[in-house]
Design a protein around this ligand. Structure first.
Ligand code: PEP
Ligand code: MN
Length: 351
């Protein structure tokens, strides 16, 4: 249920509505739109009379039933795009942000070298995994907290904000101490305890699409995070399981405009996990930009043949640089430019 306040409704009237909702065991989430305040009421609507009662309250213009299963993630609740500021990098503002770095953090030198290179090529956010979800329990599963320390050193060396995966609700506090964005991996998209926990964290969350999840299931997973009070959710299309075997997954680029229509949340495309092959990363990254993705996630490694995970889909430092140059041209052609690096963004604000 959405409660649309009249234009110029007072704070007291808004507080009155929130208090009344509490009496019905409903939680009110404010969406301070440009023109009018909209309140999303979340919870079980037991009494069908609630709508009539709310519509009679002072300051209320109209009460609308939300037809879709997700509420806070939907465009009905918030018309304007959500823009998330991560250390000066704005995600969702109409430009395209590039998150780049190795699949796994291997040691400090590896992390810092890769970070310096991707920063020099124009990436805005650094990625690297310390807790790795691996299909085989015998594969490299990440360095844990030691890896997070190397990631922090790389942030220090470059000034780039960092994104890293958290796999377990018990690790959210630890990972949030190091990360600027918490990543929820595809295998955990429906780990509801973990979603609740990152919903309580004060860090933006990037939620990857489940391997075989529909867009509705994905938006409902995002709803878990938002319902706990965390509004800074970024979605990431990373490919889904289909019958096709030529690629590791099928990167569903139609999900980008579909999500943009249904939701106000920013959406990032991950052509590395989406295809599994380094030579497909550049063409699918260009296509992602053309369909309006708010960001890209790319795996980069100084020596992909020796990478401890996901080498076959990782770009060399040189190939990443050439990808960025090619994205500059695509951005110009489609009117969806690359975001400036954080140092330039900060300088522009200072001017
Ligand atoms: C990753 O980003 O390295 C990763 C494991 O991604 P996904 O959860 O999409 O497989
Ligand atoms: Mn990976």
């Amino acid at each position: 249920m959405l409660i649309v306040m009249r234009m110029g409704a007072t704070d007291e009237q808004v507080r009155g509505v929130l208090a009344r909702l509490k009496e019905f065991d409903l939680e009110g989430h404010l969406s301070p739109g440009k023109e009018r305040v909209v309140i999303g009421a979340v919870g079980v609507i037991g009494d069908p009379d609630i709508r009539t009662q709310m519509s009679r309250m002072s300051g209320v213009d109209e009460v609308i039933a939300i037809s879709r299963p997700y509420k806070l993630t939907g465009r009905e609740f918030q018309k304007e795009d959500t823009v998330i500021d991560v250390g000066g990098v704005r995600i969702g503002d109409g430009s395209m942000v590039v998150m780049a770095g190795p699949c796994s953090i291997e040691n400090e030198e590896h992390m810092v070298t890769t970070a310096r290179a991707v920063a020099a090529s124009g990436a805005q956010i650094l990625r690297g995994g310390a807790f790795k979800p691996r299909t085989s329990p015998y594969a490299f599963r990440g360095l844990g907290e030691e890896g997070l320390q190397h990631l922090a050193a790389a942030r220090e060396a470059t000034g780039l904000p960092v994104i890293t995966e958290v796999m377990d609700a018990r690790d959210v506090e630890l990972v949030a101490r190091y990360a600027d964005i918490l990543q929820i991996g595809t295998r955990n998209m429906q780990n509801f305890m973990l979603l609740d926990e990152v919903g309580l964290a004060r860090k933006p969350v990037m939620l990857k699409r489940g391997l075989s999840s529909t867009i509705d299931e994905w938006l409902l997973a995002a709803e878990y995070i938002m319902a706990k009070g965390n509004r800074d959710v970024i979605l990431c299309e990373r490919g889904i399981r289909t019958f096709e075997t030529a690629t590791r997954n099928t990167l569903d680029l139609s999900a980008v405009p579909v999500v943009k229509r249904l939701s106000h949340l920013p959406i990032v495309s991950d052509p590395a996990h989406g295809t599994g092959h380094w030579y497909l990363v550049e063409p699918m990254a260009r296509a992602s930009m053309a369909v309006g993705a708010d960001g890209l996630m790319v795996e980069v490694h100084p020596n992909p043949d020796h990478a401890l995970s996901d080498g076959p889909q990782s770009l060399t430092l040189e190939n990443f640089d050439s990808l960025m140059r090619s994205l500059e041209r695509v951005g110009e052609a489609v009117g969806h430019p690359l975001a400036p690096p954080p140092q330039l963004a900060a300088a522009a604000v200072a001017d």
